[in-house]
Ligand binder design. Structure first.
Ligand SMILES: Cc1ncc(COP(=O)(O)O)c(C=O)c1O
Length: 377
């Protein structure tokens, strides 16, 4: 059966630089040699930390020290480490957007956190609502361990928080003395318009843990991400690290590959992803424009699609599975897993043909799953 995979946030497989990475791998092994009999240590391979510090500094226009960058096993390790280090114990509250990354929801629940969602709009987290939530939590004697936010190309909605709202968020966080964990996993998967600064770049005084990744600009198979934090938060995070560091070999290969061509590579992959996004816009307009709504993200890998409330979601899931259409259910991203009339479409991994041919199939499934439509209609 033909599969149309709009499921998870992976980049375009055809743009993976196999030959260049093979050459980088040869160089990295020759350079590292017997160094690989050592454990890499908590901070990780210096060469990649330098390249990632330059990536941050060039994007954000501020100085970034490699001494504040800790390489991790994907940004997911940073997501988890932040909670392990900053939670006071099971039952501690973590504040997030009402809709957030399903992996984070799973990890934080697994660590015993109580997630409290803050409403969001097309500019991400509603900061006035955040302020009210923090006041209320304080009153109840349950101040949060931290606020976890996806400020740029929010997953699942694709929203980007404006610079004024970022400043407002920083004010609110400082007023309540709460740490902000900013997950910028999709940073640099950017198609058009300005890129607002990261929170750490806007205010060096903000107690923040910033997370980024190589998964979305290269591939999650490398399992490389990083934390950017300043002391004393940095030490708190490192205190919770027991794994001896992450692969020095993978890091050295990426450092060699990205050293002189990070922005050229990113420009190349972003052009491919933008064409896919635009093709998805057009396919949705043609096949679902009369009954669905969707976001118009300027970066990232997802569209958040709203469908009519009379769609039977179980029926939709069964029909889509029968016809090979993979998508992510909206409830997976809701902080309380509520059944909501949304689904998330990822457009990085699928081909242009998958989009052109798969979206009409998804459209048929959605129409057939509406109330009043007979099973074999
Ligand atoms: C918002 C967000 N954070 C973190 C991750 C984890 O990615 P990785 O561990 O591959 O960097 C993902 C993956 O989809 C994500 O969407």
């Amino acid at each position: 059966m033909r599969i149309y995979d709009f499921g998870s946030g992976r980049t375009d497989p055809g743009s993976f630089p196999t030959a260049e990475l093979a050459e980088a791998a040869r160089q990295a092994v020759l350079e590292l040699g017997p160094e690989l009999v050592k454990y890499p240590g908590d901070m990780g391979h210096l060469g990649l930390r330098q390249v990632m510090a330059a990536r941050e500094a060039q994007r954000e226009g501020v100085a970034v020290s490699p001494e504040h960058i800790v390489l991790t096993n994907g940004s997911m390790q940073g997501v988890t480490l932040a909670a392990e280090a900053l939670m006071r114990g099971a039952g501690d509250v973590i504040v997030t957007e009402e809709y957030t990354y399903s992996g984070t929801i799973g990890a934080y629940r697994g660590l015993g956190a109580r997630l409290v969602g803050v409403p969001q709009d097309e500019q991400g987290m509603d900061v006035e609502a955040l302020d009210r939530t923090l006041v209320q939590l304080q009153r109840q004697g349950t101040p949060p361990a931290f606020v976890y936010t996806l400020t740029t190309y929010q997953n699942p909605t694709g929203a980007v928080m404006s610079t004024p709202r970022r400043r407002q968020l920083i004010e609110v966080a400082k007023k309540h003395q709460v740490i902000v964990v900013e997950d910028n996993c999709y940073g640099d998967v950017h198609f058009e318009g300005p890129v607002p600064p990261a929170l750490y770049a806007l205010d060096p005084e903000l107690p923040s843990v910033y997370l980024c990744s190589l998964s979305k600009i290269l591939g999650p198979g490398l399992r490389l991400g990083y934390i950017l934090a300043r002391p004393p938060l940095l030490e708190r995070l490192l205190d919770r690290r027991y794994d001896g560091g992450n692969s020095a070999l993978a890091a050295a290969i990426c450092a060699t590959f990205f050293k002189d061509r990070l922005w050229a590579h990113v420009a190349h992959t972003n052009a491919i992803l933008k064409e896919k996004r635009d093709t998805l816009f057009a396919a949705l307009e043609e096949h679902l424009g009369d009954i669905c709504t969707w976001t118009r993200p300027v970066g990232g890998m997802f569209l958040w699609v709203g469908f009519p409330p009379d769609v039977d979601q179980q029926k939709l899931a069964a029909l889509a599975a029968e016809r090979g259409v993979i998508y992510a259910r909206g409830s997976a991203f809701h902080v309380r897993n509520e059944l909501v009339p949304f689904l998330r479409l990822a457009f990085g991994f699928c081909s242009l043909d998958d989009i052109r041919e798969g979206i009409p199939v998804l459209g048929e499934c959605i129409r057939q799953a509406r109330a009043g439509v007979l099973a074999d209609a």
